[in-house]
Design a binder for this molecule. Structure first.
Ligand code: PGA
Length: 247
């Protein structure tokens, strides 16, 4: 039985005060049988970590650089992040599309995160045109194989996030997400990782109204949540749904 994981991706939102308020609000959720991961902007990582101190709530970064140290102005390495957090999102579609990150870079990032002893939350997903063309599984296979080319992390979370569902209010159907999550799990096994313990989570317009239907799918172990994670009531409802489902 895989423990559900609910990760909050705050993206480039929140002032410092807003971040602390959200983090403090989530303290009430600690102790539930759910892995909660808060991924604030880099600048609030330390304050958010302090705000959830003495709870089992975990902290994650939204991005990471692939080198450990060096003359890389503006970048932050996994060896720096590991002092503050246990997880890092890698390969989010906004990194792939807005910042043109390639699978080659993403694979180096996965390796850097694993090397630092952190857990990568590797985000993969097809865009609209690949979805329309019926190429989703080919895209997922290509991304997963290339992104894991340099390392097999001891622990890995894969976030299936169809690009067309992110921030659109138009989530995938739970059945479709399950089909893709099952496919990802078989790919994880084919890559030599432990498919039974690797968590595959869904992301893309997750809300409290729809989350239970996703969690009822056997291959979906939680969610990577953007918009709804910025509303403390919605985020609490998501975590409670996961806890309830896990009983
Ligand atoms: P969303 O974002 O929940 O706002 O669709 C998800 C994500 O980008 O991880």
């Amino acid at each position: 039985m895989r423990k559900p994981l609910v990760a909050a991706n705050w993206k480039m939102h929140t002032t410092g005060d807003e971040a602390i308020t959200l983090a403090r609000g989530s303290r009430d959720l600690a102790g539930m049988d759910v892995d909660i991961v808060l991924c604030p902007p880099f600048v609030w990582l330390e304050r958010v970590r302090d705000a959830v101190q003495d709870t089992n709530i975990q902290i994650g970064a939204q991005n990471v650089f692939w080198a450990d140290w060096g003359a890389y102005t503006g970048e932050i390495s996994a060896l720096q992040l590991v002092e503050l957090c246990r997880y890092s999102i890698v390969g989010h579609s906004e990194r792939r599309h807005v910042f043109r990150e390639s699978d080659a870079e993403i694979s180096r990032k996965v390796k850097a995160v694993a090397r630092a002893g952190m857990v990568p939350i590797l985000a993969i997903g097809e865009d609209d045109s690949d979805y329309d063309a019926g190429h989703a599984q080919a895209v997922l296979r290509s991304q997963l194989v290339k992104d894991l080319a340099l390392c097999r992390p001891e622990q890995l979370v894969v976030a299936y996030e169809p690009v067309w569902a992110i921030g659109t209010g138009r989530p995938a159907s739970p059945e479709y997400a399950e089909e893709m999550a099952g496919f990802i799990r078989s790919m994880v096994a084919a890559e030599g990782l432990d498919a039974e313990t690797t968590r595959v989570i869904y992301g893309g317009s997750v809300t409290p109204d729809t989350f239970e239907d996703f969690l009822n799918q056997p291959n979906i172990d939680g969610a990577l949540v953007g918009g709804a994670s910025l509303d403390s009531d919605d985020f609490a409802a998501l975590v409670r749904t996961a806890a309830h489902q896990n009983v």
